[in-house]
Ligand binder design. Structure first.
Ligand SMILES: Nc1ncnc2c1ncn2[C@@H]1O[C@H](COP(=O)(O)OP(=O)(O)O)[C@@H](O)[C@H]1O
Ligand SMILES: [Mg+2]
Length: 268
């Protein structure tokens, strides 16, 4: 669905590449989370997908097509993008902020506004909030509006850049639950980046743990990071005993269980 093939990017004036020789294939319908420390190149990787950052070498393919050969406007309209900071337009109402994205893809005004209201409900907001301006929202509400905006054109691919970064832990937890519920209802390919390993384990079915310059430390299902950490750096980053996942004995079998009590794997 999304394929990074040995991509490298050095920003002008930088001594080192932000991303060097990164390869990974994101499977259709998966929720893939790139996780790593601040500055490791997560945002750069995400923005390569919708061509907001060009690659110096290597190829990014979306739906089998090299993004460098696709019209960038058409590409961006076909991919939902939830920005690191909500990215709302301050002088447009909340409803217009969402509806504008649908209108860009050719949806008539009335339909776009109806759809925007639906999306507000879907992300757990009162449609009445649609009349407000972004400055009149709490951090958590603005983040939800950002997610609604990413979904309004019903893209099959959704990119999310630290979508819950700016909110307190309780609200963050609520938003993560919303995303889990959305995942179950919608068949989308989600590529999300975060610096929070717990969030990566909670939301990702595939987790890619990155080090500096987007060097891959380990790729796999969340439980594999605990049962088979690739190296000391992975062990360190995930925490020795694992925070999001724990091992629990049930009926004589050792199971890997997540924070929602869901079984994520069985230890042999
Ligand atoms: N527009 C830019 N110009 C110059 N350097 C940049 C730019 N954007 C990011 N960088 C640098 O590239 C590296 C990776 O940044 P980024 O992709 O934003 O990382 P992350 O999202 O993981 O925090 C960092 O060293 C950052 O300072
Ligand atoms: Mg970033």
């Amino acid at each position: 669905m999304i394929e990074f093939d040995r991509v490298t990017r050095t920003y002008p004036g930088s001594a080192h590449p932000a991303v060097e020789g990164f390869s990974h294939r994101v499977e259709p319908g998966s929720t893939t989370v790139f996780v790593g420390p601040s500055g490791c190149g997560k945002t750069t990787l995400l923005r390569m997908v919708n061509r907001m950052v060009p690659v110096d070498s290597g190829t990014v393919r979306v739906r089998g097509e090299d993004v460098a050969s696709v019209d960038p406007v058409r590409l961006r309209r076909s991919i939902g993008y939830v920005m690191q900071h909500s990215g709302l337009m301050p002088h447009r109402t909340v409803l217009d902020n969402i509806a504008d994205v649908a209108k860009l893809s050719g949806t008539p005004r009335k339909v776009a506004r109806e759809r925007a209201e639906e999306l507000l409900r879907l992300v757990g907001l009162d449609p009445d909030l649609g009349k407000r301006y972004p400055a009149e929202l709490s951090g958590g509400q603005a983040q939800r509006v950002g997610v609604a905006r990413g979904l309004v054109a019903d893209p099959d691919i959704l990119l999310m850049d630290e979508p819950f970064g700016a909110v307190d832990p309780v609200v963050r937890r609520g938003l993560q639950e919303e995303i889990l519920a959305l995942q179950e209802r919608m068949a989308k390919t989600i590529l999300m980046v975060t610096h929070d390993i717990d969030e990566a384990f909670l939301l990702g079915d595939t987790v890619v743990l990155l080090g500096e310059q987007a060097r891959i430390e380990q790729v796999g299902a969340p439980e594999e990071f605990l049962t088979a950490p690739a190296n000391e750096r992975v062990r360190e980053f995930t925490g020795a005993e694992g925070r999001a996942l724990r091992v629990e004995t049930r009926d004589g079998r050792e199971l890997v269980v997540d924070r929602r009590g869901r079984v994520r794997g069985v230890l042999e």
